[in-house]
Design a protein around this ligand. Structure first.
Ligand code: ATP
Ligand code: MG
Length: 377
């Protein structure tokens, strides 16, 4: 039997835990042509949720498109892929070819249609000096044009959307906003992993103010994980004790990626040792092995940090976020004034070491504080 716990990949239908409410809502909003902003810290499950939603919409005959903004190295390349994927989704060729000729006259792209595979490929320009800005509105108008008189709707996901400002800064955001607003038949989900950046776009001064519903993705409840994990181990004739599960959830800080990662290691460990009953000490052994495996990386990371940042991380690792600004704690860890601590946290947030969840700072990698604790104790 294969290891049923996957991490670092988009989870499929079978291994998708809970999120029933979020999924239902997202499917409905996209089918209605809403522009949804999906926010959460890294590795909470945005991409997996969106991929499930698009799958469901596809079954309802919506045309779906998904792009990860961070995959492209230039604005021109992003526009190219956007146009290409939208054309493919709206195909077959017979349906989109009129539009392609019209679009082609102004934009003059290189459009190729492969008769055998039915695939459309599109290239805007090969030169590095090519300025895609003037044609951007037309490219982003494409889904609207293609659905206007068609009998189908579309749902489009732009994942890692916080990266969009890399391409020509604010002007891209404004173009997208202006275009998508006019597309009643097209649902969009803009998913982003840096909630602070996304919130800036959505703020009163930002380009996406009131553009659509904001969904902040939560962690998945321990009870749902418990059911899933227990069921997997049971299939293999193994049991996992309640305190062991609790230790796993604590070690993973209930971050979906890390729950799966520790569960994955625990599975391999149980196979190797051929253990039928898994206990808290087994989970601890697995967590320790994971931390040790990462120690070179943690070491390097630590060396790059300023003393103030290290002190703030130590305090957070040892004491948690509850009393982080209290005077007693600041004295104990020699943190300096509260404003210095605040600054340290902000810089660690910018470095993607910390993020905020429900107002409190937490470690994006829940094993890093375990390593930090080990060193101070
Ligand atoms: N609903 C779920 N059921 C089971 N596992 C999940 C679920 N959602 C997320 N995971 C776990 O978390 C991992 C990360 O999920 P995903 O890539 O969807 O997150 P993300 O928020 O898009 O992350 P990033 O911000 O890094 O792009 C998955 O590989 C999987 O291990
Ligand atoms: Mg993702």
């Amino acid at each position: 039997m294969n290891n049923p716990f996957v991490f670092g990949e988009i989870v499929d239908d079978e291994n998708f835990v809970n999120r029933t409410t979020e999924l239902r809502q997202l499917v409905r909003d996209l089918a209605d042509g809403q522009k949804v902003f999906l926010l959460s810290p890294r590795r909470f499950g945005k991409s997996s949720l969106v991929s499930m939603a698009l799958l469901k919409l596809k079954k309802r005959h919506l045309r779906t498109v998904s792009l990860t903004v961070s995959s492209y190295s230039s604005y021109a390349q992003f526009l190219e892929k956007f146009a290409e994927k939208v054309l493919r989704a709206a195909g077959p060729w017979e349906r989109v070819k009129d539009w392609v000729t019209r679009f082609g006259r102004q934009v003059k792209p290189d459009i190729n249609y492969n008769m055998t595979s039915g695939e459309v490929t599109l290239s805007l320009s090969k030169g590095a000096s090519f300025d895609p800005e003037p044609i951007a509105p037309e490219v982003f108008a494409l889904p609207g044009e293609l659905t206007r008189n068609a009998e189908f709707r579309m749902a489009i996901c732009l994942d890692e959307f916080q990266q969009i400002s890399q391409f020509n800064g604010r002007s891209v955001e404004n173009v997208i906003r202006n275009q998508v607003q006019q597309q009643r038949q097209v649902g969009y989900v803009f998913a982003g992993s840096q909630p602070s950046l996304m919130q800036e776009m959505l703020s009163a001064a930002g380009p996406f103010h009131k553009a659509g519903p904001q969904v902040f993705l939560d962690k998945i409840d321990a009870a749902d994980w418990e059911e899933f994990i227990t069921a997997q181990f049971r299939k293999r004739g193994r049991t996992i004790a309640q305190p062991a599960l609790e230790r796993l959830f604590k070690g993973a800080d209930l971050i979906p990626y890390d729950v799966q990662r520790i569960a994955h290691e625990l599975w391999d460990y149980a196979e190797l040792q051929d253990k039928q009953k898994l206990d808290i000490s087994d989970v601890e052994a697995v967590i320790n092995a994971l931390v040790s495996g990462q120690s070179t990386y943690y070491e390097l990371l630590w060396e790059q940090l300023a003393p103030r940042q290290r002190a703030a991380l130590q305090a957070l690792a040892v004491r948690g976020s509850g009393e982080i600004y209290s005077q007693a704690l600041r004295e104990e860890f020699r943190l300096g004034p509260a404003s210095t601590v605040q600054k340290a946290f902000q810089s660690l947030d910018a470095k993607d070491i910390l993020d905020r969840y429900r107002g409190d700072y937490f470690f994006l990698d829940p094993l890093f504080p375990v390593w930090i604790q080990r060193r101070v104790s």
